[in-house]
Design a protein around this ligand. Structure first.
Ligand code: CP
Length: 306
């Protein structure tokens, strides 16, 4: 895995993912043992789009491994504002750092960055396309809380059209045995056709598309909620019409299995009522914590230090 880029969740084999999850569990059990492994290493975080969890968890991860960070959270503070190309920025940053995590509004930007970088590039989200480290986070959460990655009925609810975490998760989970998806969205926000054809149909994955949570919640082992992605809509009226399509509340949770877990990549807007946070099945804050540990494991592997 040393020196690989992570652009798409399929860039790693199932065996490589297992190595990352195993290392993440070792770090969780014994963080002191890993607190110096990245001494002398520098992570660059290049965030051309807003972030709380992804940027901070990457930065916290590198600091907890003993390394240092540089970067920007606002592209106007870099020479991108003066017209510098992404290729030139990446050539520069890969001289100054050992590993790069980049979020960009354009689909494919991370792939382009990897072509100009002399150090590993990690895609921290490219437009509505992919968010592979969120998927590592999601898989580690499922493996840790449900004990396995196969044999699950997974409901994914909300904006399945523009949600990059959704596309990455479906793609990654399609490699595990006996996974069934229940895709819950308004008709306008269903999964893109390439996910339906190239991922679900091609891999003979069972799935059903429905419009109401209540119609399927009792079948689910995992309910993965997502926010309606305001920033990806071309039409404000359309967003206003769809933004409150789903609100998971304590009444709906009465219909769910006792051991179902609720996941959400966060940020949430109002698709999960805050009262649900008190439910033991709410796993989304724990999920964000797993995100830091899995990024520690990922960077340690890509840098070849663990
Ligand atoms: N889940 C996620 O990507 O959150 P941020 O946008 O806050 O990084």
């Amino acid at each position: 895995m040393k020196n690989k880029h992570l652009i798409n969740p399929m860039d790693f084999t199932i065996e490589e993912l297992d190595e990352i999850f195993e290392l993440a569990h070792q770090i969780i059990s014994n963080p002191q043992e890993y607190s110096h492994v990245c001494e002398g290493k520098i992570l660059a975080t290049l965030f051309y789009e807003p972030s709380t969890r992804t940027r901070f968890s990457f930065e916290a991860a590198m600091m907890r491994l003993g390394g240092k960070i540089l970067g920007f959270s606002e592209p106007n503070s870099s020479s991108a504002a003066k017209g510098e190309t992404l290729a030139d920025t990446i050539k520069m940053v890969s001289i100054y750092s050992d590993i790069i995590a980049m979020r960009h509004p354009k689909e494919g930007a991370a792939k382009v960055a990897s072509m100009y970088s002399s150090v590993p590039v990690i895609n921290a989200g490219d437009g509505g396309h992919q968010h592979p480290t969120q998927t590592l986070t999601d898989l580690l959460t499922i493996k840790s809380l449900k004990g396995r990655l196969d044999n699950h009925v997974i409901g994914i609810c909300g904006d399945l059209r523009y949600g990059r975490t959704v596309q990455s998760l479906i793609t990654a989970m399609s490699r595990y045995e006996n996974i069934k998806f229940l895709l819950i969205s308004p008709k306008e926000l269903g999964v893109p056709q390439y996910i339906r054809e190239e991922v679900l149909n091609k891999n003979n994955i069972e799935f059903r598309e429905v419009e109401k949570i209540e119609d399927v919640i009792e079948e689910l082992d995992i309910l993965y909620m997502t926010r309606i992605q305001k920033e990806r809509f071309f039409n404000e009226d359309e967003y206003m019409r769809l933004k409150d399509s789903y609100i998971l509340d304590t009444e709906k949770m009465k219909l769910a299995k006792e051991d179902m877990i609720i996941m959400h990549p966060l940020p949430r807007v109002n698709e999960i009522d805050v009262e649900v946070d008190k439910d033991e099945r709410a796993a989304y804050f724990k999920q964000a914590e797993f995100g830091m540990y899995v990024r520690m494991a990922l960077m340690a592997k890509l840098l070849g230090v663990a």
